[in-house]
Design a protein around this ligand. Sequence first.
Ligand code: G1P
Ligand code: ZN
Length: 543
Amino acid sequence: MTAVTQPTTPFTDQRPGTSGLRKAVRVFETPHYLENFVQSIFDCLDGVAGATLVVGGDGRYHNRTAIRTILKMAAANGVARVVVGRDGILSTPAASCLIRKRRTLGGLILSASHNPGGPDGDFGIKYNAGNGGPAPEALTEAFFRRSRAIDAYRIVEAPDVDLGRVGTTDLAGMAVEVVDPVADYAEMVEGLFDTAAIRALFASGFRMVFDAMHAVTGPYAVEILEHRLGAPAGTVINGVPLEDFGGHHPDPNLAHAHDLVARMEGPDAPDFGAASDGDGDRNMVMGRGVFVSPSDSLAVLAANAAHVPAFAGGLTGVARSMPTSRAVDRVAQALGLACYETPTGWKFFGNLLDAGRIRLCGEESFGTGADHVREKDGLWAVLMWLNVLAARRLSVADIMAEHWRTYGRTYYGRHDYEGIEQAAADALIDDLRGRLPALAGQAAGGRRIAAADEFAYTDPVDGSRSERQGLRIAFEDGARIVYRLSGTGTSGATLRVYLERYEPDPARHGLSVEEALGDLAATAVELAGIVRHTGRTEPDVRT
Ligand code: G1P
Ligand code: ZN
């Protein structure tokens, strides 16, 4: 078997600043496309020769093909061992867990998260570092610079390894260790929670539905919830991972998790409902007829963390991404915890977690996590809720009502305008950016603007600076509007508008989100000139 050096040409279409490469499957199928990016990663890492790497993905179309190529390239680049999930499967948090447990150099995760899969869907690849978390920006920038200059990659010519059987085989001198994708993760989470209390909760007749959306968490949820914690068989629905996720968006929100929402609003609704996304890092939680917004979920988990064994030693601090509602800030203040506001994207939590400054963090985009891994973790969030419900023996609705009575309610919504022209999106942001300084003190839609600025972040651990992380408008009554452009889209631009309003009065905690935020949404459209810039009169998605 020989390693060949394959000439190639650089590709230039990836925008810098994103944590990995996410594109249509068709793009990944163009010759040398994946290879260029993988070689660029290997070229930028120190100590690839002789290293151990973790490789796995969410099982979507192209996963196995990509893994076969990556294994042959790893061998040609002198990697000593690759730990790969059986059938190429590893959820994103399980990959993070394995990287940490095995102390590997890092890992390659194949996924396009919650984007649709299949031959006409999306695919993606990203590198996670030795702490188990997404590569820091300096490294991802280096990958992209390299991918623009690269002219060759290395690959061995060898037969494909059987990924279907657990065990170790040789590939051109490199060990390929196929592992059960669930075992290490399941063992880790069992150590974090009061499993006896959760088992007793299920034994008492408590019922839940977990919608795996035909994505990667099915096998994890069946093993942990049904086999280890005693939830009745059938608790996990859509539990078989499919290459095209059954044709749906594996995105756990009210717009896409139809089956779950139908069950939770139906006549025989169970006590608790949850869903996770394509690669298992996102979560949505619901009670009977109640949706828990991710921002509220973070706040509730922070307020109740003392019931969870992993946090018996206290939380030290919490963090949220800037557009996430400030509900958790109120909990942090009441409990005397440090509270950090970071730019959008999980990688910004990494340093804070590594330094022990925070133990719990989350994003409004259905991401919640803690210091057990360095990724957001969908199933972990569900287990946190189960642990809290088992300890409190209250319904989800009662927990929410109690939380709002104690801290006040922060109504929250996000409106997305998808597939708009990049130039129009940029013009909207530039225009508003230019007007920000003049906005403070002005009235808008019956409210007075207290402050308007563009968010920038200095990492308190390593001092690195991230500019232009979203435009925010704060009102005197505590309401807030945030605008930013998505960094994860695969076609056109997506404008995200985040709305929140604080309501201390318990008599007004029963409004619908539409009732509570309608006037603020109109103000947001007006202030940014959304119709003028984009021609859109309605958002595509409201979450
Ligand atoms: C979106 C979410 C963000 C999350 C990211 C990756 O990014 O908004 O919170 O970290 O996906 O899951 P965006 O498309 O907004 O850049
Ligand atoms: Zn995801």
